[in-house]
Design a binder for this molecule. Structure first.
Ligand code: PEP
Length: 255
């Protein structure tokens, strides 16, 4: 079970430090109840180091929210995989729907980022998911298949445990309108079958996260689905209590 938080473009440096310190206090206080789950948070780049420092005496990992495919060079405004590693990252989110929508990230870009992440020992959290119009048109599986195949196009030979896939239906992100547990399970089972094709027997070891308005009140129903191995949490990760509560629910499912 992996519960990961995506802070997006939220938190100034003092706010990120306070949130990370709150989270550190929460995980210390609830250490037993959280023992069976992994946790990670993905703050804005500028707050990575402070967040990693505040969480240093916990098992909460830190990740980037995106990354360039070059190691270094003339790419103004970008952040590289070596920079993420040096700032203390274990994970990097790639292909979030907001990156696809606002920054034109394509399936080929996502595939290249997955390869770059692996080249630098970062675990990519690959986001896939259909829009409402695509679901209504009956195209949800076809879109997700194209995104998963694109993401893994250059990932042959990667260990399944070095890969996380997050199913995030675009219509569920930030809307309060989560997928039903049945919708999530159906798509996760579909992604698992695709992964069997792409990475073989190890597909069972790939963490498949659900993302899209997961909150403490709906987390149990979602996280209890057989192919849901965790959550990628946006809004509810911005408070230690709600993020921690979801992680405790995940831990109870995993125990
Ligand atoms: C996300 O953007 O990855 C996300 C899941 O956001 P939220 O939980 O706010 O829907």
């Amino acid at each position: 079970m992996l519960i990961a938080g995506n802070w997006k473009m939220n938190t100034t440096l003092p706010e990120a430090t306070a949130l990370a310190e709150d989270l550190a206090a929460y995980v210390h206080e609830h250490a037993d109840a959280l023992a069976a789950t992994h946790m990670a948070v993905c703050p804005p780049f500028v707050n990575l180091e402070a967040t990693a420092r505040a969480l240093a005496d916990t098992d909460v990992a830190v990740g980037g929210q995106t990354m360039h495919t070059a190691d270094a060079g003339s790419y103004t405004g970008e952040t590289s995989a070596p920079m993420l590693r040096a700032a203390g990252c274990t994970y990097v989110i790639v292909g979030h729907s907001e990156r696809r929508k606002y920054f034109g990230e394509t399936d080929a870009d996502v595939g290249a980022k997955v390869a770059q992440a692996h080249a630098h020992s970062l675990i990519p959290i690959v986001c896939v998911g259909e829009t409402k119009a695509q679901r209504d048109a009956g195209d949800a599986e076809a879109i997700v298949e194209q995104q998963v195949r694109g993401a893994l196009a250059e990932a042959q030979g990667a260990a399944p445990t070095d890969l996380v896939v997050a199913y995030e239906p675009v219509w569920a992100i930030g809307t309060g309108d989560s997928a039903t547990p049945e919708q999530a399970q159906a798509m996760h089972a579909f992604i698992r079958s695709l992964l069997h094709d792409l990475v073989g027997d190890g597909a069972a070891d790939v963490h498949l996260l659900y993302g899209g308005s997961m909150k403490p009140h709906n987390a149990e129903a979602l996280l209890s689905q057989p192919d849901v191995d965790g959550g990628l949490i946006g809004g509810a990760s911005l408070q230690a209590d709600s993020f921690g509560a979801i992680a405790q629910i995940g831990a109870a499912q995993a125990a």
